[in-house]
Ligand binder design. Structure first.
Ligand SMILES: Nc1nc2c(ncn2[C@@H]2O[C@H](COP(=O)(O)OP(=O)(O)OP(=O)(O)O)[C@@H](O)[C@H]2O)c(=O)[nH]1
Ligand SMILES: [Mg+2]
Length: 312
């Protein structure tokens, strides 16, 4: 049976379950890392700095009986720019469309006011949408540590402890989520793990390296646009334009005598060669676009826009 048949036939069995699991939480709690760990491969960039994820991204987990569409979302934070508003809308929309909400909190640090606010909103939603609470970063928690404040954040019987970086608790997580999903078909072919295209992956890879290698405001003020993308079996040619908001930021991204942009390029190229399984020629340019984070036309151009029907 080919994939199309498997979608349209009712042969997927009476207890095949599938649906959208919105992965929600404050920035930096490990949402993207957890999704990558469940899938056993990287579908979303993750970094030690907050507000890494900017767009809705699917991570598709498939077994014979289950297909879970994890929605990776931007961390819920206090928005200060149009970009921030957009990121919050992505999270809001994911909550609306979800069959199950998976709320991640950092088990290694005490809950904050922001967690409580998220908890209040999610609790109201939980009347209609099943909710699971995931205490991540358990590897950093002493076995004797009191997690009652985390558990008090929300009233749900579905609580899982995980370590995304050490791949712990992932079986428990999947066992917990499956019964919460509705009965439904396999929406994507079994081998598909994401919806992202190669241009997007290339742009995110460059952005990830910038986030890793720079500090302070730079990670937040960078956007990457792929100006050219030509894939061939021998060599792929990629041109990435890195946008920042000020001349001083451009100077930092380029670095002394080009040292920083070189490091960014070398690291991104190494990853892209692995992903594309070809040699990669990666050219980078840095441009200043004043206040691009409030420029909706530009944001749309680089993909920071909700598609129709997803406006929140
Ligand atoms: N020790 C430890 N670190 C973790 C764990 N999960 C994630 N991290 C680290 O936490 C940092 C943030 O991870 P991300 O996956 O980018 O977090 P996020 O929630 O997606 O962040 P935003 O996209 O900014 O909202 C990274 O440095 C991860 O390596 C974990 O279980 N244990
Ligand atoms: Mg993320």
């Amino acid at each position: 049976m080919d994939e199309l048949d498997s979608i349209f036939s009712d042969d997927w069995g009476v207890d095949h379950r599938s649906g959208l699991v919105a992965v929600i939480g404050r920035p930096n709690v490990g949402k993207s890392t957890l999704i990558n760990a469940v899938l056993g491969q990287k579908v979303a960039i993750a970094a030690s700095k907050p507000q890494t994820t900017r767009q809705r991204q699917l991570g598709i987990y498939t077994t014979a009986e289950t297909q879970i569409l994890f929605i990776d979302t931007p961390g819920i934070h206090k928005a200060q720019t149009r970009l921030g508003d957009y990121m919050l809308n992505v999270a809001r929309q994911a909550l609306r469309e979800a069959d199950v909400v998976l709320w991640l909190v950092d088990a290694a640090s005490p809950p904050r006011a922001a967690d409580r606010r998220i908890g209040d909103v999610i609790s109201q939603l939980a009347r209609e949408t099943p909710l699971a609470l995931c205490l991540n970063k358990c590897d950093l928690v002493d076995a004797k540590q009191d997690l009652s404040a985390h558990l008090a954040l929300v009233d749900t019987p579905h609580v899982i402890n995980t370590s995304a970086t050490e791949s712990r608790g992932l079986g428990d997580l999947l066992d917990c989520l499956r019964p919460l999903l509705p009965r439904g078909p396999r929406y994507f072919p079994a081998e598909q793990v994401s919806e992202a295209n190669m241009r997007f992956i290339a742009a995110e890879t460059v952005r990830e390296k910038i986030i890793e290698l720079t500090s302070e405001e730079i990670p937040h003020t960078v956007a990457v646009e792929i100006a050219r993308f030509e894939e061939s079996p021998a060599i792929s040619i990629i041109e990435a334009v890195i946008y920042v908001e000020r001349e001083s930021q451009k100077g930092i991204v380029i670095g002394k005598r080009g040292s920083m942009i070189k490091r960014i390029g070398v690291a991104a190229r190494a990853d892209l060669q692995q992903i594309l399984e070809t040699k990669v020629h990666l050219a980078t340019r840095v441009k200043v676009l004043k206040n691009w984070r409030s420029n909706e036309a530009f944001m749309r151009r680089v993909g920071y826009a909700l598609s129709k029907g997803r406006t929140g």
